[in-house]
Design a protein around this ligand. Structure first.
Ligand code: B12
Length: 210
């Protein structure tokens, strides 16, 4: 089997040490870091994302595959920076104030990173002002907010209002989490809603690269 195809398969199986080894081997064989990233790691993560969206694999498999992806990316990182591969866009991501649920947010982060986006993860219990400050500091394309509680989802309206009030007119607000719906998204004037991490990363990439 071709080394990149093998890397993709092992990543889907979540075999982090093997993936790391193959990335090292591919670099030694002279493959370009970008080719390894696109055709080995991102291709594998893309397949996992599709399967997750179709309920063919579940949260544990995605987390394990993402760990394998991270192991491979760690080896590639210095080479990618050297080669000047730029990130495709910047997303400021967090779980809203009062809410400590982060499993879904972390999946969104992994899938977005898997698409080549830079994700600034503000963690959980993030106040609206923190989203705004970070978006300004990092020249973000997207502010992405997660909420799992009906009592905290109202925070998203404040974030949307604050983005509109500040000089961040080109920044899009994306929202998600179990209680969030498209109609809620429309009612608070947020730009995008996605029901799952794979769709969230597809939309984010489209926003950033057109
Ligand atoms: C795990 C869990 C916890 C864990 C959280 C651990 C952690 N590190 O996250 C713990 C035990 C800490 C917890 C605590 C609480 N929980 Co809780 N919890 C859950 C549970 C069982 C699973 C949530 C989860 O991780 N799902 C798996 C992930 C993968 O799914 P997800 O988050 O929905 O994310 C997906 C999508 O929504 C989307 N997505 C998520 N974020 C984003 C963001 C963007 C931008 C986009 C586009 C998409 C997107 O993509 C993800 C992947 O596809 C849910 C039940 C449920 N059905 O949701 C209850 C649930 C959310 N919890 C609930 C409650 C009540 C609480 C507590 C108040 C309980 C208590 N009395 O203390 C506390 C609140 C603590 C707090 N302040 O946040 C209720 C909420 C009810 C409501 N109507 O608001 C639920 C629904 C359980 C229930 N049926 O009662 N909880």
């Amino acid at each position: 089997m071709d080394i990149l195809q093998e890397m993709s398969t092992l990543l889907q199986q979540g075999r982090a040490p093997k993936v790391k080894e193959l990335v090292e081997q591919a670099l030694e064989e002279g493959l370009s870091p970008k080719q390894i990233l696109d055709e080995g790691l991102l291709s594998g993560m893309g397949i996992v994302g599709e399967k997750f969206k179709n309920n063919e694999v579940f949260v544990p498999e995605v987390l394990i595959a993402a760990r394998a992806m991270n192991a491979g990316v760690e080896v590639l990182k210095p080479h990618l920076v050297k080669q000047g591969v730029e990130s495709k866009g910047t997303v400021v991501l967090g779980t809203v104030k009062g809410d400590l649920h982060d499993i879904g947010k972390n999946l969104v982060k992994m899938m977005m990173e898997g698409k080549g986006l830079k994700v600034i993860d503000l963690g959980v219990d993030v106040a609206p002002s923190q989203f705004i400050e970070s978006a300004k500091e990092n020249n973000a394309d997207i502010v992405a907010c997660s909420a799992l509680l009906t009592t905290t989802m109202g925070e998203m309206k404040e974030i949307v209002d604050k983005v509109k009030e500040s000089d961040l007119s080109s920044v899009k607000v994306m929202i998600g989490g179990a209680p969030i719906t498209q109609s809620y998204c429309d009612s608070i004037g947020a730009d995008y809603y996605a029901a799952d991490a794979a769709t969230a990363s597809d939309i984010a990439l489209k926003i950033c690269v057109g």
